[in-house]
Design a protein around this ligand. Structure first.
Ligand SMILES: *Cc1c(COP(=O)(O)O)cnc(C)c1O
Length: 470
């Protein structure tokens, strides 16, 4: 493809993007296809000779688009958002076009120094203490893995990477039932083993780890000759938004010299509004905190902000410095690949810069405050409906409910049918989770273009489809 053609297609795709985003409400939110529908349309073997971009683009529209679930749809109320704002798309386009690798300072000084400054901006935006230093990880899962590896190495006096885990102390890590599955996977990959992840029971309306139970579990492990390494706390758990008491967790950790990682992948974004910071009181005592600007802040995937109190521990755990990667001559420079598992890194700081400059902190705060207020309004309306039960009250813009009409027998089955019917309808998109064993429906508001009308339409759709089910 020559550059004239590239330029023509670039303009055409920009126009297509505008059309797509401004008519999204006309499409069903969740893809309405069956397994195999897309695969069947893709030839089994690659083309031998090149073809026209026109044909490729036509197939993109005809084959690919029908199989897309529209995450940027204003009535996407499932999972958590994965917002892509226009300035973030433009920044990512530029990063794609320039395509630098940003593993070392010298492999793109601007990318490294932009990353340093943008993580400082984000840290200030969230009200985090200035002893935190940040790095962009590709996902919260990777940040949690990096934190668990750091816990492991710290607890093993930095011998794990060197000697392997056999023959070293058996480590223990603590968390509640509310944490994301990325914690389990980090434990597996770090070689610590699922059986050494202790689940601490929770309490209260925020389903937070019971401090006494946490401390008792740690003491029991020590008495049994096991080695506690760290605690993974959550602020805004995936299922229902559960939040640990970060301050209490950190105080207990300090007694036993444990490393604390806080997963605030979704809820962290809301901390740009000072009035929500009570959800993570004590955060400045944590060793490591992750939140995803690619969720609620519109700095599209992938962009995970990982803050650590002591970068030396992280770098000591992850840095490999073969001769060819050494940056000669400049002292005090940062090589961010030493802070993360992958070596290669995209220029992700650029989209943080674009989005913060175009919307400002106030623009992002207004969006989040609206989502929270509208989700609360929807919650209040549903709570008044006699056929519906609220299972967990809103944590920011997330709550759970279920359909429980009088006389209904199998509520789990009924609610699964309701979620499926709602998603087949397509006007809104919801997912289910379990609360104390019961199947419930999650509602979460967070798409950047969502309006109050979009969110209130959910009430109408839920009621209408529930009525038709019976
Ligand atoms: C989304 C989410 C994750 C996983 O995030 P990735 O960036 O996709 O790895 C982990 N924890 C919580 C609480 C989340 O909301």
């Amino acid at each position: 493809m020559n550059w004239d053609e590239f330029s023509k297609w670039g303009a055409r795709i920009s126009d297509w993007a505008k059309g797509y985003h401004t008519t999204l409400r006309d499409r069903p939110v969740r893809a309405q296809v069956a397994p195999g529908d897309i695969l069947r349309q893709l030839p089994e073997t690659p083309p031998t000779t090149g073809g026209a971009m026109e044909d490729v683009f036509a197939d993109f529209e005809n084959i690919v688009m029908p199989g897309i679930t529209h995450w940027q749809h204003p009535r996407f109320f499932a999972y958590f958002p994965a917002n892509a704002t226009p300035p973030s798309m433009l920044a990512d386009y530029l990063a794609t076009v320039v395509a630098p690798q940003c593993m070392l300072w010298q492999t793109s000084p601007a990318a490294t120094e932009m990353e340093t400054r943008m993580l400082q901006w984000l840290r200030q935006s969230l009200g985090l203490a200035d002893h935190f230093e940040g790095v962009i990880q590709d996902s919260a899962s990777t940040a949690t893995l990096a934190a668990v590896l750091t816990m492991r190495e710290r607890a093993l006096a930095w011998k794990g990477n060197e000697e392997g885990l056999a023959g070293l102390d058996t480590l223990r890590i603590y968390c509640s039932e509310e944490v994301h599955t990325s914690v389990d996977r980090a434990i597996w990959i770090a070689g610590i083993g699922q059986n050494n992840l202790r689940r601490v029971p929770t309490q209260g309306p925020l389903r937070s780890m019971q401090p006494e139970a946490l401390e008792a579990t740690i003491k029991e492990d020590i008495a049994n000759g096991l080695k506690p390494a760290g605690i993974v706390a959550c602020v805004g758990g995936t299922g229902t938004g559960g939040c640990d008491d970060v301050s209490a967790v950190c105080d207990i950790a300090a007694k036993f010299d444990l490393y604390v990682h806080v997963d605030a992948a979704w809820a962290g974004a809301a901390m740009i509004c000072p009035e929500y910071r009570h959800y993570w009181t004590g955060i400045d005592k944590a060793d490591s905190v992750v939140f995803n600007p690619h969720k609620w802040l519109g700095m599209q995937f992938d962009c995970s902000a990982h803050f650590v109190k002591n970068p030396d521990d992280l770098v000591r755990t992850l840095a490999i410095r073969p001769e060819y990667l050494k940056t000669h001559g400049a002292d005090g420079i940062i090589n961010y690949s030493e802070w993360s598992v992958p070596l290669g890194r995209r220029f992700r700081a650029l989209k943080i810069w674009f989005v913060l400059r175009v919307y400002g902190i106030e623009g992002l705060q207004a969006m989040i405050r609206n989502h929270v207020a509208w989700a609360e309004e929807l919650h209040d309306l549903l709570a008044q409906e006699s056929d519906f039960e609220i299972l967990t009250a809103p944590v920011l813009s997330l709550f759970t409910f279920r359909y429980a009409p009088e006389g209904a027998k199998d509520l789990d089955e009924l609610n699964q049918r309701l979620v499926d019917a709602i998603n087949d309808d397509g006007r809104i998109y919801l997912t289910q989770t379990r609360v104390a064993g019961a199947l419930v429906i999650r509602f979460q508001a967070g798409q950047v273009d969502a309006t109050r009308e979009d969110i209130l339409l959910a009430l109408e759709v839920i009621q209408e489809i529930a009525r038709d089910l019976r």
